[in-house]
Structures are given as C-alpha cells and as structure tokens.
Design a protein around this ligand. Sequence first.
Ligand code: KG4
Ligand code: ZN
Length: 365
Amino acid sequence: MTASQPVNATGRILAIETSCDETAVAVVQDGRRIVSSVVASQVALHAATGGIVPEIAARAHLRWMIPVLEEARERAGLEDWSSLEAVAVTEGPGLAGSLLVGIAMAKTLAWAHRLPLVPVNHLEGHIYAAWLLDADDRERAAPTFPLVALVVSGGHTFLVEMADHLRYRLLGQTVDDAAGEAFDKVGRLLGLPYPGGPAIMHAASGAVERDRRFPRAWLGDSFDFSFSGLKSAARRAVDQEPAAQQGDPSGNGRLPDQVVAELAYGFQESVVDVLATKTALAAERCGARSIVLGGGVAANQVLRDRIAGRADALGVRLIVPRPALCTDNAAMIGAAGFFRARDGARAGLDLDARPSLKLAVRAPG
Ligand code: KG4
Ligand code: ZN
C-alpha cells in the first residue's frame, strides 16, 4: 500500500465509518458530491441500556458491515470498487472494537482492488461534512478560509481555527463533559429516551414557561467549555421537584411533562448560549470568513438558528450540514479522505485503531 500502487484519479472515494454506533459507508466525488451514503443506526439496540455497550456495538458492526457496503455500492451504480481513487476509513477516535471492523473492511478492499488506503480522523470528518453536497444539490461555494469550526458531538466539544485545508489550531475545548454527553446525561435525568439530544430538543419546544435559568460556565476569557456544573444543576432542579420526592402522591416518581419541558428548555438555552457566544467571539477574533458547525449536537435546531443569527450580525458565512450529515456518517469521512488523499496520506496494512486520536493540540504558551 505505497505510492508505487496505481492511483485512479477519478476523484471517487469509498469511505467507511464505524467509530461509534453507526455502521456507515459512502461514495463521495471530489470531496464534495455524495454519490451514495448509507447509515445503519444502532440507536434502537442501545436504547434499552440508555447508552452504548462497546461489545454490542462491535458485534452489530460485524453484522451490518457487508449489507451496508453492498447497499452503498448499488446506490452508487457501481459494479465493483475498482474504479475508485482510494478507500478512506476512520482510524479514530472512537471505540476500539467498533473502529476495528471498519478498518479491517477498508484494508481488505484496498488490498483486493489495489487502491490506496487513507486513514481519517473522525473529528476532521465532522468538520469536512460542511463541504458535502447531496446528489441533487446545486453547486455552492465551499467554506472559505480562514474559518472557525465548532465540533459538538457525543464525545467531543472544541473550537478550532483553520487557515487552510487540514491545518488546525485549537482555540478551546471542553474541560469535562462533551456537549452531547451533557444532553444525554440530562436527558436520562429527565426520564427522556436515549439519545438525550433530540429528545431534549423535542421536549423543550413544548415548554410554556421559559424562565428556568441554568448556570453558564464562561471560564473567563477562554474558548474552553465546561458542562459538568450544568449537569449537577439539572440534577438539583430535578431533585427539588415534588414528583421526585419520596412519597410522591402520583406514586411513579415521574416528572410531569410540562416540568420536563421547562427544564429541558432551560438546560438547552444554557448550552446553546455558551456555544453560540464563544463561536461568534472566536470568529470575530480570528477574522474568520466562514463558520462551520459539525457533530451530532449541530443537528440541534435552536443551536443552528442561534449561531446563524450571530454569523449574520458579524457578516460571516455559516455552513451547517443538514442534520443527518451532522450526526455520524461516512460521507464526511469521504470528504475529509479526499483532501487527505490529495495531501499524500497513506496507511499500510498495519493500520490500527486509534481510540484516543486527537485532531489538534493547543499551541504551547
Ligand atoms: O457526532 P455524533 O453522531 O456521534 C459522536 O461522534 O459522538 O453525536 C452524537 C451526539 C449525542 O450525544 C446526541 O445526543 C447528540 O449528538 N445529538 C443532539 C441532537 N441530535 C444528536 N444534541 C442536541 N440536539 C439534537 N437535535
Ligand atoms: Zn461523531
């Protein structure tokens, strides 16, 4: 798997993503146009435990890998994989067992079809989702540099500046929980189904009273985030509700729907306020020409609208992928993989899972 191998410069990348609980395969043209994209979600499988069980996730990837791959090939109208430019695969961060399934598949396909194997950082994928165009989308300009990207997922929350393709400068990151993790934990506290993010967004939209205020961790002038205090505040608020107290007359300990809606609203407002304020400030300080949002929490409509308002006020272009491209998918790996491949990134058959891979580290000083 070296430069001596033939490279078909067709611009078509096969991408495989299995870092967490979605088995995903896509074909992407020139780092932008989605030719096909298939995602098999394990959400229903993990709902019973209220979170992901790594062994169960890995087994489900094994079960779905081939059917998803075949579906992506058929939808792309391809007889086989030989006409591709490269095979891109998520090498990390993520769950080791889950990553291994995608990596093993990608290695085998790359070897069998004599294609370059391109390792991709999952977090870079979330940023490059902003480059994607659906098959029937009209052409539109790609994000322009310098840009500021906010990635908010189940495991990560950070702000980076990009001066150019594949160049990252870390501006700030969470010092405790990721934003998605906070949504999931507070969702559980409120008795909402897994995953908490969409459930809280839905519940919050039904809030009549909107005056419950949760703390905001500004952390001074930094671009860092903290959500663990917010989670504790949510726990205290729940514990103070009569329905949560011992001897609740309703007997089931469940919070009334309207209380859940109000708490969900207050919590969401706090997260969105901090994320939108810090992102806008970062864009202003960096002189950004675009703002890019990615990761599962970027599927949140309130966050999208709030940042859109801030970007508008700054006169900076905002690019947010449609919700299904904010949550985990392989098309984003195909987009990042294209730019990585053109940059010369190659892996050998010894490519291994890197569960704790970082995208960018803070510059010293
Ligand atoms: O990026 P992603 O699909 O997987 C990771 O790489 O972690 O993000 C999943 C996270 C979960 O925590 C989920 O609750 C959150 O994204 N999420 C949302 C929404 N949709 C998904 N959070 C808030 N609002 C949403 N609509
Ligand atoms: Zn993700």
